[in-house]
Design a binder for this molecule. Sequence first.
Ligand SMILES: C[S@@+](CC[C@H](N)C(=O)[O-])C[C@H]1O[C@@H](n2cnc3c(N)ncnc32)[C@H](O)[C@@H]1O
Length: 226
Amino acid sequence: MNKYNDQQIIDSWKINAKPWITAIEKDEIESRVLVTNKAIIDAVVGIKSKSVLDIGCGEGWLVRELEKTGIPSLGIDVIPELVAFAKKEGGGRYKVIAYESLSYEKLKETFDVVVCNFSLLGRESVITLFEKIPFLLNNGGSFIIQTIHPVVGCGDSIYKDGWRGGSWGGFSDKFSNPAPWYFRTIKSWKSLFLSNGFSIDKIVEPLNKETQLPASILFIGIKDRN
Ligand SMILES: C[S@@+](CC[C@H](N)C(=O)[O-])C[C@H]1O[C@@H](n2cnc3c(N)ncnc32)[C@H](O)[C@@H]1O
C-alpha cells in the first residue's frame, strides 16, 4: 500500500495554516511575487466573467484581488482557520468546504469561472473534483488551474504520475509536517480536462526571468456545451 494519501494533505494544512497566512501576507514566496500571482489574475480577468469560484482559496488573497476588479467571487477551503482569516479580511464570500464534499447541491449556484491556484495537490481528491466542476460552471464557463510545471517539478524523478514526498524547502522554519503531493505529467493534466467534458483553450507557461524556467503552468479549459 502507498504510504501517501489525500488526507495527509489536509492534515498538513491544518498544522500550517498560521505560517501560510504569514507567508502570503508578507510576500515570502518569491515566485508568486515575481510571476505567478500576476499570471493567475491575468488569466481570470482576461475571461471577462461575472462570477468566480476559487477552490482551495487558502487565506483568500485571490478572491480579494478579483473583487477589487469588480468580479464577485466565492472562495472555498477545507481549513477553518484560513477561511476565518479570509472572512475577517473581507472582500468576497467564503465557505469551509472540502473538495470531497463540494457539489452543486451544496452551493446551489453556478459560476462563469472556476479557478484553482496551486490547490490541486492530491490524487483521488483531484479526480473527483474534476467530475464535479462541470456542474458548478455556466455553459461555456472556464476552468483555470495554475500548478507546478511538471517538467520543472519532476526534479530527478522519472516523468510518471505518482505520489511524491513533500518539502517546505524555501519556506520559513515555522512550517512543519510537509504534505505529500501527487505528481501529474502534462498529458495527465490534459486528459483530466478532456475526460470531464472540457476543451483546452490555452496552456500558459509563465517564465521566471531570473531562472529562465517556467514558474508554473496554467491550463484554461472551457466547458463543452451539452
Ligand atoms: C498551496 S495552498 C493555495 C491556496 C490559495 N489557492 C493560494 O493561491 O494562496 C493549497 C490550499 O488547498 C487547500 N486544500 C487542499 N486540499 C483540500 C481539500 N481536500 N479540500 C479543500 N481544500 C483543500 C488547502 O487548505 C490550502 O489552502
